[in-house]
Design a protein around this ligand. Structure first.
Ligand code: NAI
Length: 471
């Protein structure tokens, strides 16, 4: 029997479930197909949410061990109960994936559990536990995400060599964890296990951590994480590995010199690839960029096949849950004739280390490369009253604006609550604000966000000073 829908969404992650809800609210009869019994995709099940749950738990552990006494709180015996932290993480995931299911149900989205395959632009077949189901679709939205990249010299075995999923579920603290890749996943999960007591060595082939970050922020992050005890081998490649049941020896090329490192666990976090080899995409003619393996889509997120749209990690841009959600909504609205208003330049990114890193817009290096004249203002958290009260004075706020127009071009924060303060920065940039407007916006005192205001003021003052005729 064939069921008919206005929209069939394939994938129940952030792009898919957000799109399904919006479509239903816009009056479209909608189905959302998801293979797993739990909705929410990588983000909720084995990504953003469980990693933040463990980051928060491990931060409390470190706070209790190292910083509580500076606030006059004395505790005799601080102990780690890793099983309890894992149980809590599971409970958070169960709660939030349950909330997504209830959200879809209350918005009358039909949830179909099974493996979807595109037969044509209007026909999706799902193999479910109770047999094949055929869905006819006015529109199809592809939202099947991405998966971790594997290294051929270091295949994931789920025990000693793990990907991010495995590193969220170790049942004991590793003695020595090697992390391959100094991206967001490597630094966040590396931080979790370092706080819990593991020796952590991060191996990165490029000369800086989180290579696409503004250089000054990246250097500051590396300095702070090193001070916390994380070790870094930059410009280093893993040539081969001897994997034994209890340990792994990595054979390295450290800036041209041979080296080796023996550890009991390895986390491979070298990026993700989109699932574009998935169910029937190329068979029905969905164009895929052979270089990036991303789906080629127009500004409305429609693929080369009319009526088939794509959102999230499948299409170009940063692989981030909030970008996927925004695209899911934009794609659905585009189906109903609303033009999307999306810009990758205005997608914030956050790394949940301690301190947090958050940025939006362009880095200094990018602007230099493009030959765009800019000025920047930097304000250290050491000059921020609230940071002293909290005892979190390491880090800086950096505001970059156009040298002539003063329009904001990029904002980069490394400091407490950067993940929340960045929202204001995205809004300012979206409204086309200038550094001066940001600087003259009254910020509550004492707050961490005053560092942002101060940095904007320094950028504005620098621009004015440069504009003064020299006497
Ligand atoms: P990534 O692309 O952010 O970083 C991977 C790092 O590995 C890069 O620095 C790269 O130079 C390095 N690398 C690649 N191959 C290597 C090799 N053979 N040896 C040594 N280093 C190597 O990827 P990551 O951290 O795996 O994250 C995947 C995606 O998930 C990213 O798009 C990331 O933005 C997203 N994500 C976002 C988070 C957040 O917003 N807080 C948290 C976790 C993931």
């Amino acid at each position: 029997m064939t069921q008919r829908y206005d929209l069939v969404v394939i994938g129940g992650g952030p792009a898919g479930y957000t799109a399904a809800v919006r479509a239903s609210r816009l009056g479209m009869k909608t189905a959302c197909i998801e293979r797993s019994s739990r909705l929410g995709g990588v983000c909720l099940n084995v990504g953003c949410i469980p990693s933040k749950a463990l980051l928060d738990s491990s931060e409390i552990y470190e706070l209790a061990r190292l910083r509580m006494k500076t606030h006059g709180v004395l505790a005799k015996e601080i102990q780690l109960d890793l099983a309890e932290a894992m149980k809590r993480k599971e409970a958070v995931v169960a709660e939030l994936t349950g909330q997504v299911r209830r959200l879809l149900e209350s918005n009358r989205v039909d949830i179909v559990q099974g493996d979807a395959r595109l037969i044509s632009a209007n026909h999706v077949e799902v193999s479910t536990e109770s047999g094949a189901v055929s869905l006819e679709a006015g529109f199809v939205l592809l939202a099947i995400g991405s998966r971790p990249i594997e290294l051929s010299q270091l295949p994931i075995d789920g025990k000693t060599v793990v990907d991010s999923t495995g590193a969220l579920s170790f049942d004991a603290v590793p003695k020595h964890l090697a992390v391959i890749g100094a991206g967001a996943i490597g630094l966040e999960l590396g931080s979790v296990w370092r706080r819990y007591g593991a020796e952590v060595t991060v191996i990165e082939m490029l000369p800086q951590v989180v290579p696409n970050l503004d250089g000054q922020i990246s250097r500051t992050l590396k300095r702070i994480l090193s001070k916390q005890g994380m070790q870094f081998l930059l410009k280093t490649k893993v040539l081969s590995a001897d994997v034994r049941p209890e340990e792994v020896t990595l054979h390295l090329d450290e800036e041209g010199r041979p080296g080796s490192l023996t550890v009991d666990k390895v986390l491979v976090a070298v990026g993700r690839i989109p699932n574009t080899d998935g169910p029937g995409l190329s068979e029905i003619g969905v164009q895929i960029d052979p270089k990036t393996r991303r789906i080629v889509a127009d500004s409305r997120l429609q693929t080369s096949v009319k009526g088939v749209f794509a959102a999230g990690d499948l299409v170009p841009g940063p692989m981030l849950a909030h970008k996927a959600m925004a695209e899911g909504i934009a794609a659905v609205e585009a189906m109903t004739g609303i033009e999307p208003d999306l810009s990758d330049d205005l997608i914030p990114s956050v790394i949940y280390t301690d301190p947090e890193v958050a940025s939006v817009g362009h880095s200094e290096e990018w602007l230099k490369n493009q030959g765009i004249a800019y000025i920047s203002g930097v304000f250290p958290y050491g000059g921020n009253g609230r940071a002293w009260c909290a005892g979190e004075t390491d880090g800086l706020a950096k505001v970059i604006a156009h040298a002539k127009t003063d329009r904001l071009l990029g904002i980069h924060l490394i400091g407490p609550r950067a993940s929340d303060i960045i929202a204001e920065c995205v809004m300012a940039m979206r409204m086309g604000a200038s550094a001066e407007e940001l600087a003259s916006t009254v910020h509550a005192h004492p707050t961490f966000s005053e560092a942002l205001m101060e940095a904007a003021g320094i950028a504005g003052a620098t621009r004015k000073a440069k504009a003064q005729p020299k006497s």
